[in-house]
Design a protein. Structure first.
Length: 449
């Protein structure tokens, strides 16, 4: 990988590999405005909430610091995945079997919800309903994968074990030895999805103010949200700021931002594609402690994400390159797809997810009037869940409530103060990296033999 450092500097995309700043930037908020609901953050959660509320007759204003889609929603890997393969160990004992089943059904419902909305809003985002495979790259991963799959099935989320013969019969690239196949969901272009939501919201009459940073709010029967050059008054405030929420002073002891990185190759030639097989192009994730994700895109590139996570001291979220993670991902690319040789990297980027210690969604109400709603967490599963959250929050605000929202209520464990937090999170990530590196070394030796 000697030459990769220079290449990754050249390929770094501060806005990610899927979106550009929109051609029709919405104005910055200047002066006073009012609405029925003011939403902060224009990712999947903020835009979906705005659309659902508007459909119920509400006047909605969305305030976005950069542009709609700037956050994780415009930078993710595009897996629309349900409740199989969640971090069950982190929450099952805390919430109990019955609530865990409902939570898993929330994740599964997220997949159906997005599929319905793509059709309803007429969004073409290259969705490939291929299902998803959680794969092992070394036999030592099989026991954990089978156990996680069994748990998921028990909690109501279907999955089917594919042995080596079944993987080869599907034409899955040979580095992936066995896996758990989940028939629902698949992969999409998250940039096209979030920009489609933005267009749908503008068409529906949602007022979106971009380049408008919220700095604070004042509670009351009517909440006043203060931005750098204006303010909005509304009976309800929704904070859809995900990993950035702690910087606004809320959920500081509930979620931490984790940096996730991605690389994308140049388009594969017809011969390179043929060398892969992979006719159905299922989204593949691995059974590592920190998973790897590998998928083909509609433009015939390969996108790899995760493998390394990074926590920045003090819950900060700088929009900077993460060279070490890109290098690790490039190593993963060459190890999982040796048939592609030294294929060039066209883009590298990073973004932030928010993580609660139990890996569950963090959704709730704040303020004496309970009229400040927030949604964060969902970790690396926000394509479905943070979209569905729009429906749940809209029904809460319009009075009817939704059973899945009640199902998500639980006590989120508290995070640690700094510098303990930094030490604890980076130690845990370090151990995960060490265990994963050991698996990768064994997989490498198995190939050489
Ligand atoms: C590299 C990567 C890969 C991922 N892969 C997947 C995947 O394959 N599948 C999956 O399901 N999930 C994946 N995720 C997670 C998923 O992208 C997120 O869970 C989801 O996009 C969160 O959506 P959101 O709307 O809650 O937050 P975001 O999309 O982060 O939106 C929050 C918005 O708030 C704005 N904001 C912040 N502060 C302020 C302020 N003060 N004033 C105004 N606006 C503000 C931000 O600019 C941002 O646009 C991935 C994430 C990353 C980073």
């Amino acid at each position: 990988m000697a030459g990769f450092d220079g290449q990754s500097r050249h390929a770094y995309r501060p806005l990610g590999g899927w979106v550009e700043a929109p051609q029709d930037p919405q104005p910055e908020l200047e002066g006073q405005a009012s609405a029925d609901v003011v939403i902060v953050g224009a990712g999947f959660a903020g835009l979906s909430t705005a659309l659902e509320l508007t459909a119920r007759g509400a006047k909605v204003i969305v305030l976005e610091r950069e542009f709609a889609g700037f956050g994780a929603s415009g930078r993710n890997a595009g897996y629309l995945a349900g409740g199989q393969g969640l971090e069950y160990d982190l929450f099952l004992k805390r919430v109990g079997h019955e609530q865990a089943k409902q939570i898993v059904s929330f994740y599964d419902e997220g997949v159906d919800y997005v599929e319905r909305k793509l059709a309803e809003y007429g969004i073409d985002c290259d969705y490939n309903a291929s299902g998803i495979i959680r794969a092992g790259v070394h036999p030592s991963q099989e026991k954990k994968l089978r156990e996680s799959m069994r748990m998921g099935v028990e909690l109501g989320s279907p999955g089917e074990f594919l042995d080596d013969a079944a993987m080869r019969a599907r034409g899955i690239p040979p580095a992936f030895l066995f896996g758990c196949y989940v028939p629902s969901g698949g992969t999409l272009d998250p940039g096209k999805y979030v920009m489609g939501l933005r267009r749908a919201a503008l068409r529906a009459g949602v007022r979106i103010y971009e380049n408008t940073a919220v700095v604070s709010w004042t509670e009351g029967d009517t909440v006043t949200v203060h931005t750098t050059r204006g303010s909005v008054r509304a009976p309800f405030l929704v904070l859809a700021t995900n990993a950035y929420t702690p910087q606004l002073g809320l959920l500081r002891d509930k979620v931490i931002p984790l940096r996730v990185s991605a690389i994308e190759t140049e388009p594969l030639s017809a011969a390179q594609l043929a060398s892969l097989g992979w006719p159905r192009r299922e989204g593949i994730v691995t059974a590592h402690w920190t998973m790897e994700s590998h998928r083909l895109t509609a433009r015939n590139t390969l996108v790899l994400t995760t493998k390394r996570l990074h926590y920045v001291y003090g819950r900060q979220t700088p929009n900077v390159p993460d060279e070490a993670s890109y290098r690790e991902l490039a190593t993963g690319l060459h190890e999982r797809f040796p048939m592609l040789g030294d294929i060039a990297i066209r883009a590298c980027w990073s973004g932030y997810i928010s993580f609660a210690y139990d890996a569950l969604p963090v959704v709730g109400e704040a303020g004496a009037q309970r009229n400040i709603l927030y949604t964060a967490g969902c970790s690396g599963h926000g394509v479905g869940t943070q979209s569905l959250m729009g429906l749940l929050l809209a029904e809460r605000i319009r009075g009817s409530g939704h059973p899945l929202l009640s199902a998500l209520h639980h006590k989120t464990p508290s995070t640690l103060p700094e510098p303990l937090q930094w030490c604890a999170v980076n130690s845990a990530l370090g151990v995960a990296n060490m265990l994963d590196d050991r698996v990768n070394r064994r997989a490498r030796h198995a190939v050489i033999r």
